[in-house]
Design a protein around this ligand. Structure first.
Ligand SMILES: Nc1ncnc2c1ncn2[C@@H]1O[C@H](COP(=O)(O)OP(=O)(O)OP(=O)(O)O)[C@@H](O)[C@H]1O
Ligand SMILES: [Mg+2]
Length: 354
């Protein structure tokens, strides 16, 4: 699997208002989003964003409403022009692109999946699925085979002749995904793609996305305001607040080492046993163990499943395996410690014990 950066956002700022360049000076001099609004009537959309999104991975952008998620994703295909900064896609600065090159990139390198499905009501499911190709000028014979294949793959085999209004919301979003896959673009931009769906259907769609991703390794930028969804999908998690990145990293790492009181608060309600995995808390092979090893667990197992295995015995140790090979140890004691939410390592919420 490659570990290449596909999309690189560098020192990106976006200010909405009549004179963004002047307002930018205020932001460079330390003005907050609130000050910029109260004193200068400009909206700080994004401030000094630096994010590398790796090829073949899912980067999740998470934050509350108004934190800048949509503004950020729309910079990737330059639906929004930045006030300052750079956006690199596969080694090229998108800001240097001509209109023609930009259209070409949007057509062939990126697909978008929206919250409200964005299907064309008077086109069949099949024709909606092949939309990117038909916009590129291909005729139906050109895209039909691929479109049918992906409809089948997302569980809509035999539905190609239907119209969007005949489908449920979950089915419509499956068409949205089939369309993105039929376009064959390596980058998928998904802005709250599952947020309008019922919880159970939403879970199904997350599972479907992960299953497809296992096979296809797309570069996915996924926006969510739901922490459970973000933790489930993200290889790399970026948390925004008021247009700034508060913390980014591997999701388990953020759960174990939140760096800001805001994040501590954000993750405080999460079921840590269900989300944390053995690999995140295991000790290295060769570590001294006071107690005997009673069995083996998988590095990807959740802590919850290890607790069940132990029958609640806090003195047990397990050998941690990956693909049948020992990779470390986990003790029930360290596991229990990991279940206690850590306080922020910076910013006035340190634990009293030192
Ligand atoms: N065209 C615009 N003109 C002025 N302000 C804007 C514009 N677009 C976005 N904003 C502001 O920029 C900030 C970020 O908005 P954005 O839509 O990116 O948030 P979001 O995180 O996607 O929120 P949501 O979860 O509600 O979709 C908000 O303060 C918003 O009011
Ligand atoms: Mg949004």
């Amino acid at each position: 699997m490659t570990d290449q950066v596909s999309i690189s956002i560098r020192n990106l700022y976006k200010i909405f208002g009549s004179n963004p360049q002047d307002a930018l000076e205020k932001v460079y001099n330390g003005a907050s989003k609130k000050e910029l609004m109260d004193q200068y009537r400009h909206v700080l959309g994004l401030s000094d964003i630096n994010v590398d999104m790796h090829a073949g991975k899912i980067t999740v952008i998470m934050g509350l409403s108004g934190s800048g998620k949509s503004t950020l994703i729309r910079h990737v295909n330059r639906l929004i022009e930045p006030t300052a900064g750079e956006i690199w896609v596969d080694g090229e600065n998108v800001l240097d692109f001509s209109e023609e090159r930009l259209r070409e990139m949007r057509r062939s390198s990126m697909s978008m999946v929206f919250q409200h499905f964005a299907l064309l009501p008077h086109r069949t499911v099949l024709d909606n699925t092949g939309l990117a190709q038909s916009v590129r000028g291909e005729n139906k014979q050109g895209y039909e085979k691929d479109a049918l294949k992906w409809l089948e793959r997302v569980g809509l085999g035999g539905q190609g002749g239907q119209y969007p209004h005949q489908l449920s919301g979950g089915m419509q979003q499956r068409v949205g995904i089939a369309r993105a896959l039929t376009s064959n673009a390596p980058i998928m931009l998904m802005d709250e793609a599952f947020s309008a769906l019922d919880p159970l259907i939403r879970t199904d769609m997350q599972d479907l996305l992960l299953e497809l991703q296992d096979e296809l390794h797309k570069t996915i930028v996924f926006i969510s305001h739901d922490l459970d969804e973000a933790l489930k999908l993200a290889d790399h998690l970026v948390i925004l607040k008021d247009g700034r990145v508060v913390q980014q990293g591997e999701p388990q790492e953020i759960l174990l080492h939140p760096n800001d009181p805001y994040i501590v608060d954000f993750i405080s309600d999460i079921n840590r046993a269900r989300v944390l995995r053995v690999r995140s808390i295991m000790m290295a092979l060769g570590s001294d163990l006071e107690r005997p090893i009673v069995g083996e667990v998988d590095a990807e197992d959740t802590l919850e499943s290890v607790i069940a295995r132990s029958g609640g015995d806090a003195d047990q140790n397990f050998r941690v395996m990956t693909d049948g090979v020992p990779v470390g140890f986990v003790s029930m004691r360290s596991l229990v410690r990991a279940l206690v939410p850590s306080s922020a390592s910076a910013g006035g919420m340190r634990s009293k014990a030192s």
